[in-house]
Every structure is written in C-alpha cells, then in structure tokens.
Design a protein around this ligand. Sequence first.
Ligand SMILES: *Cc1c(COP(=O)(O)O)cnc(C)c1O
Length: 388
Amino acid sequence: MSSAPLRQARIDLDAYRANLDLVREWMDPVAVMAIMKADAYGHGLEPIALAAVDAGIRWIGVLTVPAALRLRSIGVGEDVHLFTWQHDPDLDFRDAIDSAVDLGVSNVAELQRIVEAVDQRPARVHLGVDSGLHRDGATPADWPALVELARDAQRNGRIEVVAAYTHLAESSDDEDSAAVAVFDAAVEIAEDLGLDVPMEHVAASLAGLERKEFRKDMVRMGANLFGIPGADGVSAADLGLEPVMTLTASVAKTKRVPVDTGVSYDYTYRTATETTLALVPVGYADGVPRLAQGRIEVAIRGKRYPIAGRVAMDQFLVDVGDDDVQTGDTVVLFGTGEHDEMTVLDWGRSLDTIGEEIVCRIGARVPRVYEGHEVEGRVGAYLRGERP
Ligand SMILES: *Cc1c(COP(=O)(O)O)cnc(C)c1O
C-alpha cells in the first residue's frame, strides 16, 4: 500500500536557490530584489524568504507592510531591505519606519502620512512613477509635487529617498521603451528640482531577462525565481530554470463504470467504453479551475490522463481506461516536467492564463511541504517552530 498524502504542494528549496543563483549570475552586477508578494506566489513567504536570505539576497519585495513585519519578526534583519508598495489607507506607518521597512510611495497624501509618522529614524522611501501601467505610481502631472515634498522631508531629516521606481506593462518592446522614457524624464525632473535619486529600479522578470538596458540599478524578480518565466514560447527548461512547486495528490478511489456513463456535475464527460474512473481529491477550492476538462492532464505512474468532467470543489475524476491504477497511487498535477507531467507553465497556457495565477491560487488547504538541503538550516529551524 502506498501512503501518498491526500494532496500536497512540494516546494523544492534547492530549485529556488538554483534559480536565484542563475538569475543573479545573469544580472550581475545589477542587484536582484526577490519578489515574494502573495505569500511568495503561493509557495509560503517565510521559508522562501529565509532560503533567499541564506543565499545572500539583500532585497526582498513583499508588497505590504504586515508581510514585511512578519519577516522582521522571524529574524530577517535590517541588512535585508524589505520593499513594500501597497498600503492600507488606515495603516499606521510607525512600525514600518521603526523596523526600517522600505516604503514605495506614489502620492502626496500618503507621503505626508509617512512623514508625520516619523519619530526616531527617517523613513526609507522609494518614489513610484506611473510610466503607463496606470496602477500605482505618480502621473507626470502629480510627480513634481511628490518630488518637492520628498525633497523637503529629506532636508528635514524625516525621510531618506532610496530610489525611484516604476513597473512596466510588458506590452510590446516599443511601448516598454516609451514607458522607460517617461520614467527617465521623471528622474531628470527630480534631479532638476534638487532631489538626488540614488537608485532606480524598473524591470521585473520578463524585461529583466530581455531588455538589458532596463536593468538600471536593480531588477525585481518573482516569476523567474519560481521557475515560471513569462517569455512567449520559452520554457523554464530552455532557460535552465526549475519549477519550484510540484502539486500532487493520491488516488482516493477507483471505480469501474460502463460505456456512456455521465461523469461529475452536468455530465459534461461521457465514457466512450467501459472504463475505470480514478477519483483525485483536489478541487477548485485547492486551485484547480472548474473548467479544466479538455485542458489539463494529470500524470499517474508516468502516464498522462485527461480530467473527466467538471472539477468539483474538493475533487475531480480522471478516465484511466483499463490501466492498472490503484487507490493510493500518486497523481502529479504539475511539476518539473521531468517525468512527463505538465508544468505550471503548461497549465497557464492551457487555461488561458499565466503560471503565476496558477501557483497563487493553490488553496490554503493544500499543505506546503518543503524539500531540499535548505531545510537543514534556518528554514529547517523555522519549520520546526524555533523562533529567534
Ligand atoms: C509582481 C511584481 C514584480 C515581479 O514580477 P515578475 O514578473 O513575477 O518578476 C515586480 N515588481 C512589481 C511592482 C510587481 O508588482
């Protein structure tokens, strides 16, 4: 009897480390900020961050102040800069400033709230430019006022301007070039207004790989480090990157059914012959889209089988024909691709999305299990519940 767990996401910290080393080698001498928003793209923030810090990473991007404070609380020290750029409108910035959390700021009102929260030490601020994505970032119209406030607050010792940054639409080469020109003009305006900009960061995974001239002083990399590069038609393996997450389950039950049996809700799948159905205990609550039939195949004993019928909240079925599939057999939903299973990039393509969306949606009910030599070190201590 096999004892494969009902469902789990195996996180290979050695793969994360290998990706990190490769990306740093490519970017050298430009600094790499490892992006870990959304619970490290669903891989688990704390273990990924500790692995990155052990590997010598000195910049981590976590989106929010509470996530940054979680990392400080598990011993990620101030030699590691923690960049945040999406702030709750009611957030009290005092803890962030006291813990030297880097704050991305794109509007005057927010910068004013930060300046007012300063007590013992200056707030570390990165000024955001909207170069065309129209998310956060100050528009060209709002930029001079933001710069002037930052300049004055820095002169008063209340903030330290660390950098200017923007984020690109990754739409086309020409449009990205135009966006970077908008950013460059904003930096020039800042310098003309008497604000020194010590550092610039613009590129994420895709532009960092493909547009060397956009690397500036630092690139912000998420997807590449998780082994899910976004370049069209390029696989992780082509680049030498390894997918970090492998999603598996175990066959919960098998059932012999006659020809023309309707399967799962709505009977969207009917068996073509007498066949065996295998029940896989992973559903849309765990991040497998309800409409995955016809798009996703899972691997059992090294062979691919299509999802049969609607994915339910907690389970789906596969049609395994007359093959010898047994209760307890391991089902690989996605992995490295080495054993002929689909990769998360394949899932993204098949489901009309990107790999990032797939890994971010793997539900909290799926235990993350950490593997790799890193679990011996600080990550291991953390996972055993030891706190600094
Ligand atoms: C998500 C994000 C990144 C990382 O993007 P990837 O494409 O995953 O490398 C970088 N910068 C910002 C502002 C982001 O929101």
